[in-house]
Design a protein around this ligand. Structure first.
Ligand code: ZN
Ligand code: ZN
Length: 474
């Protein structure tokens, strides 16, 4: 039996229907088709291995492209720039799996959609989809009866229950309590939220996001900025202001950890955050800028970690900088220590990320000596650009290279010069272990040194830097 996938079906859904249509238990069928026992402990919709896709194509006669199109892969280039197999990705909900178990919900569903067609929709894995675009109702991501995360594959995995003898595929049944998930009464969703979600889904389809007050924006750029606005909405100052002065609904489970992203929040809170986003987008960009000012937000959270910052959004963020009455610093052009090729060489050969960043700033500044433009393009502060350029102009390339490289540490030494001399003498007369050395030092200064410090004293060098090691080994 080779059931054809529905147009908007998720790969895992089609795979489960395939097993069910052939009256095979899911674990046996999965192992038979993939050769792996851990197929369901991963996220097959996110990372389907090429040889599994080829095997399925061979077994079902479906073209390889059709099978890959069922996974989340087609989102690449339309919603997300890349789809790594594991790490967190914007706009895609994580499944929060441990073995077969789902510790927190990740997949959502619409009871009315399940009544009309018993399969999983691709949009149910998108974090910004909180409503059913078709029925306008709230999506659910857990069983209304027992609150277990929605995970239909678990009906036929690890339980000892044989779903292959059931008349229908397992999507309408709670794997924990057996409740019929199709029966739930879906609450109607908020109309503006449905419009916002529809706008985003259409953007993902067409590749262009018609941004209010801005014109058409390439969809990936638009989605980047939208996610950034959600991060801005999640800052403490903004949450206080939005739920206080603006009278918007607050989060049910606000996070104590400040670095949690939109995808880490529960479905009802994601809907609330999307309402906050909708509020910020109204009358773009004036309402957004006004709200940021009222919430006391500076420019930096608006562009933090956003690479590259689109020019139109950067100009909006700059409005918050200038509100402080500070024009961008004017420094003039770069001193002629190195030409562009020299700067490129230094940048590409930089040993640390921070040094590479300083060379990158100079590389850009060399071609257009404007602090604000370079800062916006690289997503760094005006001040960092100013400090880097000033330092380079005054000190040349040496001022930019990693300051600590090969220089003795300026930190104070633990022992006085006399004590150090005494220790060196003791070391030459009797062999001492690190523990004995630590006892010796502790008896004199009252503090137990770590082994790095002891190493430095044993070698008689100034620091644990490469210079120190080279100096003694040579
Ligand atoms: Zn629906
Ligand atoms: Zn249940």
């Amino acid at each position: 039996m080779r059931p054809r996938p529905f147009a908007d079906e998720l790969f895992s859904s089609w795979f489960m229907r395939l097993a069910h249509a052939n009256t095979q238990r899911l674990p046996y069928f999965s192992f038979h088709m993939t050769g792996h026992h851990n197929f369901w402990t991963r996220d097959p919709d996110r990372s389907l291995r090429a040889e599994v896709a080829r095997a399925l194509s061979g077994a079902t006669g479906l073209p390889l492209d059709t099978i890959v199109a069922l996974t989340l892969r087609p989102l690449v280039g339309r919603v997300i720039p890349t789809l790594p197999p594991r790490s967190q990705v914007r706009w895609v909900t994580p499944l929060n799996k441990r073995g077969y178990l789902c510790e927190r919900p990740g997949l959502s569903f619409c009871p009315a959609c399940l009544r009309e067609g018993l399969y999983l929709r691709q949009t149910w894995r998108l974090s910004f989809v909180g409503l059913c675009q078709h029925h306008g109702c709230l999506l659910l991501d857990a069983c209304p009866a027992c609150d277990a995360p929605y995970a239909p594959q678990r009906n036929d995995l690890g339980h000892g229950q044989d779903w292959s003898v059931q008349p229908e595929p397992p999507f309408g049944c709670c794997a924990t309590c057996g409740a019929d998930l199709r029966r739930g009464d879906a609450s109607p969703g908020d109309a503006p939220l449905l419009a916002l979600q529809g706008w985003m889904l259409q953007g993902a389809d067409t590749g262009v996001l018609p941004w209010p007050g801005q014109g058409d924006v390439p969809v990936l750029e638009g989605f980047d900025v939208l996610h950034q606005l959600l991060t801005v909405a999640l800052t403490r100052g903004m949450q206080v202001h939005l739920t206080g002065a603006c009278g918007l609904l607050g989060l049910k489970q606000p996070s104590a950890r400040p670095n949690r992203t939109f995808e880490d929040h529960i479905l009802p809170d994601r809907r609330t955050l999307l309402q906050h986003l909708d509020f910020l987008l109204q009358g773009w960009p004036d309402q957004f800028v006004r709200t940021c000012q009222a919430a006391g937000l500076p420019k930096s959270p608006l562009v933090h970690h956003l690479h590259p910052v689109p020019a139109w959004y950067g100009a909006v963020a700059d409005r918050l900088s200038r509100q402080g009455g500070r024009p961008p610093p004017q420094l003039g052009s770069l001193a002629a220590h190195l030409d562009l090729a020299g700067l490129t060489r230094e940048r590409d050969g930089a040993p640390t990320p921070s040094e590479r960043r300083r060379w990158t700033i100079l590389w850009h500044y060399h071609q257009g000596p404007e602090v604000a433009t370079v800062a916006r393009r690289l997503g760094v502060s005006w001040d960092l650009v100013r400090r880097t350029v000033t330092r380079y102009n005054a000190q040349g390339p040496e001022g930019i290279r990693e300051v600590k490289r090969g220089r003795p540490s300026p930190r104070k030494r633990l022992l006085t010069a006399e004590q150090e001399e005494e220790l060196r003498l003791a070391l030459t007369t009797t062999p001492m272990s690190y523990a004995e050395m630590a006892d010796w030092v502790e008896a004199r200064v009252g503090r137990r040194p770590n082994t790095t410090t002891l190493w430095i004293y044993r070698r008689g060098v100034d620091s644990h830097s490469r210079e120190g090691r080279r100096a003694t080994s040579g």
